[in-house]
Design a protein around this ligand. Structure first.
Ligand code: GLN
Length: 483
């Protein structure tokens, strides 16, 4: 039962071949048995899951239907869940029970999805390896000595290990697409504003976007359908109709113009990954796509710009964690200043502290123009590059990451080395564009992802291309040994 995709589960439930309660019990038992190896969950919500499953079975018995009705999922632990710990992977919020549900959580619950638990993540979503979590590192099911990617490493590892079919995640600079690539999943970062950020604990508000992580594009379509849509509670949510993503999966790729940026194949890319990307291009050509070389000339400036903008926004967003209103408070503070200093010094881990300091520095009066303003100008140039590219092509294709998943600990003492691994993903966040990563093969037994980017609100196009690719390849069906 644990090998079923969301689409298969939906069919099984509709045909009464299985019940949501039965499925939920099976998966909870599987999590109890296998998760100690990978540490993908921070909290399990067994009681909630079983009551939601029972309610979903009753709704189906009363004639209701829907692809998510009775489907087991989990939420990255930065989506607020009412009455349930929402830790953001941090000691700071270890004792925080959210007073309300995030819009994404509420929408999925209303659609009948069953929440099995909250997944592990890099602290405050800062990282690319899921090693900065206060709850310990997550292991990659494909090789337990390697990282699963981050910051949505818990959601990715759990789905890859077949502990559940799909999970929510968020992507500020690649945190859906990069862990998808590292664990052989399909992950989609929607257009900025497509999925509500209300109740999603903020890292960098102008870049953060929630989205689905699953094994197939078909399942991403199902989960995104439940997540997307206008939310008056989020001032950056966009009031655009949500298309039927599943209905769009079967469009033909005949004549689809795919742009391949020449800058993607520079010295930093592992040549074995480059070869797999070329294979995926050939596969799409067989399906009728036309390939065109394009250029994204400002791509080289994206990492420095991102690593100014994201910490700047983080330093502002994280100022609310002060030991007073919620979260961790130090023991016996001597005075108010001591309370602030020690609560933040003890509650935040070192990567979070580093980013707060970098961000506060970049925003300070004397350096604002030199760093923050400059970074914002680069951001516009990156966006302009994409706008001119999309005048000529329908999607852009390339690697999701320059290297496969590295060994646990390999980059923990060198943060910049980890930042450089984000080179292919962060540009989509800077521009606000949708991006998808899908399985494209293996290097040394570790999965490799191919990334597709599309114009604003063309999530459906990404899912269509990925689905057609997956109908003609079997990388996404491979299962890690032992799971
Ligand atoms: N690795 C990037 C960072 O640490 C992206 C993280 C994310 O998308 N949440 O900022």
């Amino acid at each position: 039962m644990h090998h079923m995709t969301l689409a298969e589960i939906a069919r099984g439930l509709a045909d009464k071949k299985l019940s949501s309660v039965e499925l939920t019990q099976t998966l909870l038992a599987r999590i109890a048995q296998l998760d100690p190896q990978i540490n993908s969950f921070i909290s399990l919500t067994q009681d909630l899951a079983l009551s939601q499953a029972k309610a979903a079975d009753e709704r189906r018995a009363n004639g209701e239907s829907g692809a998510l009705l009775g489907a087991p999922i989990a939420h990255k632990d930065l989506f607020c869940t009412q009455g349930i710990r929402t830790s953001c992977g941090s000691k700071m919020l270890d004792n925080f029970k959210a007073p309300y549900d995030a819009t994404v959580v509420a929408k999925l619950a209303a659609a009948g999805a069953v929440t099995l638990g909250k997944t592990n993540m890099d602290e405050f979503a800062m990282g690319s390896a899921n090693e900065s979590s206060w709850y310990g590192a997550v292991k990659n099911p494909w090789n337990l000595e390697h990282v699963p990617g981050g910051s949505s490493g818990g959601s990715a590892a759990a789905v890859a290990a077949r502990l559940l079919p799909a999970a929510t995640a968020t992507d500020t600079g690649g945190s859906i697409r990069q862990p998808a690539a590292f664990t052989n999943l399909t992950g989609l970062k929607p257009t900025y504003g497509r999925v509500s950020r209300w109740g999603m604990i903020a890292y960098a508000s102008s870049l953060d976007q929630g989205g689905p992580l699953a094994r197939t594009a078909e399942d991403c379509a199902i989960l995104l359908q439940g997540m997307a849509g206008f939310d008056p509670n989020d001032s950056t949510s966009i009031d655009e109709p949500v298309p039927d993503y599943s209905a769009g999966l079967n469009g033909s790729l005949q004549g689809l113009r795919i742009g391949v940026p020449k800058e993607y194949f520079s010295a930093g890319l592992d040549p074995r990954i480059a070869e797999l990307i070329h294979n995926s291009i050939k596969e799409l050509e067989k399906l009728g796509a036309v390939i065109k070389e394009i250029s994204l000339p400002n791509m080289q400036h994206a990492i420095p710009a991102y690593y100014v903008i994201a910490p700047a926004e983080a330093s502002s967003n994280l100022s609310r964690f002060d030991g007073v209103r919620f979260g961790y408070r130090c023991e016996n503070p001597e005075n108010l200043e001591d309370l602030y200093k020690r609560s933040r010094g003890e509650g935040f881990g070192s990567e979070v502290q580093r980013r707060i300091m970098v961000g506060a520095y970049a925003l300070s009066a004397g350096y604002y123009d030199a760093y923050y303003l400059k970074a914002q100008k680069i951001r516009r140039l990156v966006k302009n590059d994409f706008m001119s590219a999309f005048n000529e092509v329908d999607i852009i294709l390339g690697p999701t990451t320059p290297n496969p998943a590295w060994k646990l600990g390999a980059k923990s003492s060198d943060p910049v080395a980890a930042y450089l691994e984000d080179v292919y993903t962060i540009t989509a966040n800077l521009a606000g564009l949708p991006g998808l990563s899908m399985p494209a093969g293996f290097v040394d037994g570790l999965p490799v992802g191919v990334q597709l980017l599309a114009p604003y609100f063309q999530e459906g196009r990404l899912l269509n291309v990925a689905h057609q690719y997956q109908l003609n390849t079997d990388w996404h069906t491979r299962t890690p040994t032992g799971f």
